[in-house]
Design a protein around this ligand. Structure first.
Ligand code: CA
Length: 86
């Protein structure tokens, strides 16, 4: 029982850490640009971005090339080389 309690405590601690680091990310992105992309300012509150001139349905479009420095949350880097909308 003690092991189970310790395990639960560890899981709780980890999830709390994950939540707080998430908050840190949004704080550092307070300037309004998505920290996952460099070279263009993508609004992290937008539901989806597509490459300007591409076949994406928006609602927002970004002119590339854009460097993916974090997670390619909008799926802009189709070939996965770290450069989106090239
Ligand atoms: Ca690419």
């Amino acid at each position: 029982m003690r092991v189970l309690t310790l395990g639960l405590t560890a899981v709780l601690a980890l999830s709390t850490m994950g939540t707080s680091s998430c908050h840190d990310d949004s704080t550092s992105a307070k300037g309004g640009c998505d920290p996952n992309y460099k070279g263009a300012c993508l609004d992290p509150n937008v539901s989806d971005y597509d490459c300007a001139g591409g076949t994406g349905d928006g609602p927002k479009y970004v002119e590339g090339p854009v460097t993916v420095v974090g997670t390619d949350v909008y799926g802009l880097d189709r070939d996965g080389d770290g450069i989106a909308c090239e």
